[in-house]
Design a protein around this ligand. Sequence first.
Ligand code: GLN
Length: 481
Amino acid sequence: MSILTSLGAARAALDGGELDAAGLFALARERARKLDDGDRPIRAFLSLSKNGPSAPIKAGSAGDGPLAGVPLAIKDNICTSELPTTCGSRILEGYVSPYAATAVRRLEAAGARVLGKTNCDEFAMGSSTENSAYGPTRNPLDRDRVPGGSSGGSTAAVASGTVPVALGSSTGGSVRQPAAFCGIVGVKPTYGRVSRYGLVAFASSLDQIGILSRSARDAAVVLECISGFDAYDSTSQDRPPPRAAALDDVDLAGAVIGVPTEYMGQGLDDRIATLIEETLAAASAAGATVKEVSLPHTAYAIPCYYVVAPAEASSNLARYDGVRYGFRASASDIRDMYEKTRGAGFGAEVKRRIMLGTYALSAGYYEAYYLRAQHVRHAIADDFLRVFADGVDVIFAPTTPTPAFLLGEKFEDPYAMYLSDVYTVSANLVGIPSMSIPIGEVDGLPVGGQLMAPHWEEERMLGLAARLERQIDFELPEVSP
Ligand code: GLN
């Protein structure tokens, strides 16, 4: 197994003196380059750091932390102070942030190294990474297919063995859905767990930085590092970070797993349903209690999300006016400049969302759309809170209704694309932690199972996921350049 597939393997190579941190960084960089050679590049990265570790770290002196000396990848909508932060958009082409996101600063303080910034759907709007202005990322396991989105680049970087862990962002499913499509682990923390400072805003009441990795344990290590209050984000909560060491204290025996009827019906690929049943059977065999639960407002999650998210996006994206950041079109007067800059700088999906959102927020429609969607959001949250109050420790369901689709397959049909988040948007609307783990494959394509836990219960969710991983024993095929 490559030393770039887990934090443990990377640290063991550094500690054993096999190579130093600069060597490890160079290895990761070389792999990223090779995977982009040829006529079907993976294109996980939009930019790569030129310099590895500034001061070469020698074996033994790298610090004891699990992240010390390890290269990792950051989605291009998360600010770093050296590389550009483009959000996959022309409007931010070449933009370099004057500061780094809190999550990035915390990882660097723990000794991790940013290898590069990863490709994504423009402003994280999409489910396939095809909405990037810089071309799509390919699924490393099948280059004719999408890696999912919008954190497709970070996911492909981990699934291709380029970095052991990466940061993504989730507004409606952009960490879990690509993780499912590429056979890795994707974690969306509780809203407020991780500071959003330096995460470029899409829909502020839904956005949360998430983690891509190959195991629940590695995700837990990263989550522990980046969690916690930040004076720069008033929605970040002052709670002790979930501890990676606590995963060992969690057991499947005695756990109560709820399976929502509404997630197992129409639209779900039968073969995925079978893999979910098999996973649940393994959990029962290990002593868990599995029970059917109902989340009756599930059918409203997608319509609700596609009012709330575009509404907030239309407001957040007003700042790209050609004056403050990045690209500016030449024009005769200021109005012309706004129009031309935004007309040429934004892609079709972003424009669609801005129009939808502006409409939903406009006078006379606000009550009918945005306010109504907020009421529906509460009803969806109540469904979850009721199930958890009934003694369910974790909800288990499919992450996506189908495995990875072909490049181009849903590109012209936004509604079909939106439906690939049908099982993931609820956790964002409710603010609960949720994650996807690989549970098997269908026709050689990986399939994800999703865990959703009560607010702030990441330790238990990650612990149960780690136990399930052992029951399932999924092996991700090695990707050759
Ligand atoms: N695919 C969803 C959307 O297009 C979710 C995106 C996300 O989580 N960033 O909005």
